[in-house]
Write a protein that binds this ligand. Structure first.
Ligand code: ADP
Length: 340
């Protein structure tokens, strides 16, 4: 049996607990300063200590992981700290899921292409700040969790906010910016699992994010909000269930996404992914992001979500679902279908 491994951050507890429950040996790539945190959990069998997450792709560490028979479950920290192109070209340890999809997730243009071709409604984008004629959110390329994002509603307010952020050092002078229509409504994150073995799509769960400081604005009177710039740094997640009448569309979006990924990025989606967006005033979903791997919102459901009992007879977290898939692939000699 393989060893299931992941980086000690993001959703590591869920992934390794799920793997342990399915009988795997577990391995944590652990930052030295986080050792005392993770040592509290008995389901972590082995550790590979590093001083910086980017070191996981160093030659020695890759050799150690390969020798231990590790399959890495990639999550947001691997993508942000090692980088999708390094994962694709210079990281030789088997990972669960598609490396190419991680690259598409990390590139704004490719990401938008995949979403548009999947038939998802997406916010309008602006190539020049001079064209801003509505409320927009300005994003940094490759940002970590919304850091340095800002809002504007015309070219002048864009310049003013940008100046403020540059002065505070949150946005560097030559950072490329991405300007997108801001969709007012309820932000919702849909978490799916696509089995490359059974070719079936499972809808697992939904979350909302708590982001600082934007989610604190509702606690201030409007007169106090004017001079403040909101930021969008995730601090946690909360659960949500959807009106049942909206569910059919959620499955359709997931299915379209899976078939479009197979066409544009063969062999396509493998395992967990998330479609992220906002329900607008007409209860229509506008998607602004996808993640082609497990997201931290699934940490809400270590025993399963309000939707997983309809699919499974035992408690099923996303981490455990990944382990079930690896186990099934090993049993049928199909590991190459679920790892890249
Ligand atoms: P990251 O992938 O870096 O976390 P996102 O693109 O998911 O960044 O954006 C961070 C947050 O900004 C979202 O969770 C959401 O609150 C808000 N946001 C992003 N795009 C939009 C949009 N087009 N309309 C409304 N809110 C948005």
């Amino acid at each position: 049996m393989s060893v299931v491994a992941t980086l000690g951050s993001h959703c590591a507890l869920q992934v390794l607990k799920g793997a342990k429950d399915e009988g795997f040996t577990t391995l944590l790539v652990c930052h030295r300063r986080r050792e005392s945190l993770y040592r509290r959990f008995s389901f972590i069998d082995e550790y590979l200590f590093i001083n910086d997450f980017s070191e996981v792709s160093n030659g020695d560490n890759q050799s150690t992981l390969k020798e231990s028979g590790a399959i890495i479950v990639p999550h947001g920290t691997l993508v942000s700290e090692v980088g999708a192109s390094r994962i694709l070209n210079a990281f030789d340890v088997p990972i669960f899921g598609s490396r190419k999809m991680l690259l598409w997730e990390s590139d704004r243009e490719l990401k938008e292409k995949l979403m548009v071709e999947s038939g998802l409604r997406t916010p309008k984008t602006f190539t020049s700040p001079d064209d801003i004629d509505r409320l927009v959110i300005v994003k940094l390329h490759g940002a970590k969790g919304g850091l340095g994002y800002f809002l504007a509603d015309n070219p002048k307010s864009y310049e003013e906010s940008l100046k403020k952020l540059r002065k505070s050092g949150k946005v560097g002078p030559d950072v490329p910016l991405y300007i997108q229509e801001y969709v007012v409504g309820v932000p919702v994150y849909f978490e799916f699992f696509y089995s490359a073995l059974s070719k079936e799509l499972e809808f697992h769960s939904i979350d909302r994010r708590y982001e600082t400081t934007v989610d604190g604005f509702g606690r201030l009177p409007a007169s106090m909000q004017g001079s403040l710039l909101p930021s969008y740094v995730v601090v946690g997640n909360s659960p949500l269930v959807l009106r049942e009448s909206l569910l059919e569309q959620v499955f359709r979006m997931g299915e379209e996404f899976v078939s479009t990924s197979a066409r544009l990025v063969p062999p396509g989606m493998i395992g967990p992914f998330c479609i992220e967006g906002v329900y607008d005033e007409n209860s229509e979903f506008v998607a602004f992001e996808f993640s082609a791997r497990i997201v931290a919102g699934t940490n809400l459901y270590p025993q399963g979500s309000p939707y997983t009992p309809y699919l499974f007879d035992k408690p099923m977290s996303m981490g455990r679902r990944i382990a079930v898939e690896i186990k099934e692939a090993e049993a049928t000699g199909s590991l190459s279908k679920v790892t890249t």
